[in-house]
Design a protein around this ligand. Structure first.
Ligand code: DP6
Length: 327
């Protein structure tokens, strides 16, 4: 039959952050992390392996990009090695959200690629095995294989086979919502991979970051299992600000925020002060993600839209993991 399949995956947002690698070649993290998978932002990817074709041909939102194609080829090589084939592939991938907006398109992108590619090759891989493969392509992609609340273990084995993500709680069990304030559509700053490397080499806070992560994970895990919003809010903002403090202390310092990002943080904290169940998190870019109770979403969106410099506010619930779609 035809070696062809298509899958969808959604981005995820870390509440307890991944920053730093214990093995760059295998892409193993120095710390565990914990995330929520989103619902209405997605990547849809179709993969077709073509016997006799040498190169991979890649279209991302209808365009091709050499650097992205190289990264996708590296990822497909892992699947080809498993299947014992060397066919080139045709890959067509689409996002329904702005790729340059720093919304973790690599997480949904590589989760969808691994999920579709494995099926196209007839590989029967467990979700955990798919998570391990997605991790090697981009760390945060390990988490987008699963839906809802997800934890990715740093693992102890040198080969990284235990550094997989696992589901912690279903999205439907605690259906929080997320508003994303877009504060810039300019091209990426220093990418995560390079930022993590620079941080490990130069930030004096690297060891404190590693030493305190286990405690943060444990607090967040308990908060999620108990549906304790206030506890999750405070540990998540703490982890976010701690990651940025770590990166700010690199040399040269990694400053991912713009003025509107900071203003949004203040706005979210002011809302929480007034009793609105909401907290913020920010990744390696200027967008702010506000996580809130479903009842608060309209108020949160309105407050963020009101911040000078906010260009747009997206909103989404929590969603499922990677899954097959029609080709
Ligand atoms: C700040 O997964 O993009 O979003 O493994 O080098 O591809 P690579 O990095 P990536 O890093 C994500 C960093 C983060 C925090 C997080 O998602 O946990």
């Amino acid at each position: 039959g035809e070696l062809r399949a298509a899958s969808q995956a959604q981005p995820n947002i870390a509440l307890i952050k991944y920053w730093g690698k214990r093995d760059a070649a295998l892409n193993l993290p120095v710390v565990g992390s914990l995330s929520i998978t989103l619902e209405s932002l997605w990547t849809r990817t179709e993969v077709r392996f073509v016997p006799g074709q040498k190169q991979d041909r890649v279209s991302l939102n209808g365009r091709s990009d050499e650097a992205e194609t190289r990264r996708i080829t590296k990822c497909l090589d892992l699947l080809r090695a498993r299947a014992g084939v060397d066919h080139g592939a045709e890959v067509a991938s689409r996002n329904n959200f702005p790729t340059a907006a720093g919304l973790a398109s690599s997480a949904s992108g590589f989760a969808a690629l691994v999920h579709a590619g494995a099926r196209a090759l007839g590989l029967t891989l467990s979700l955990e095995e798919q998570s391990v493969l997605a991790r090697r392509c981009s760390g945060s992609a390990a988490r987008s294989i699963f839906g809802g609340y997800v934890e990715w273990a740093h693992g102890k084995l040198v080969d990284g086979t235990d550094s997989t993500a696992r589901p912690l709680l279903d999205a439907a069990a605690w259906p929080l919502r997320v508003a994303v304030a877009i504060t810039s559509t300019a091209a990426k700053q220093i990418g995560s991979t390079e930022g993590m490397l620079r941080t490990a080499e130069t930030s004096p806070y690297q060891s404190a970051w590693i030493d305190t992560q286990e405690a943060d994970l444990s607090v967040a895990r308990s908060a999620i299992l108990a549906h304790d919003f206030d506890a999750l809010a405070s540990i998540s903002e703490y982890s976010c600000l701690k990651m940025h403090a770590l990166a700010l202390a690199a040399q040269p310092g990694l400053l991912y925020w713009n003025g509107a990002t900071v203003e949004c943080m203040h706005r979210v904290r002011a809302l929480r002060q007034q009793g609105v169940p909401v907290f913020f998190t920010v990744d390696a870019g200027p967008q702010l993600k506000a996580v809130c109770a479903p009842s608060a979403i309209e108020q949160v969106k309105a407050a963020l839209r009101d911040v000078p410099g906010v260009l747009d506010v997206l909103d989404t619930g929590l969603g499922e993991g990677a899954r097959a779609i029609a080709t």
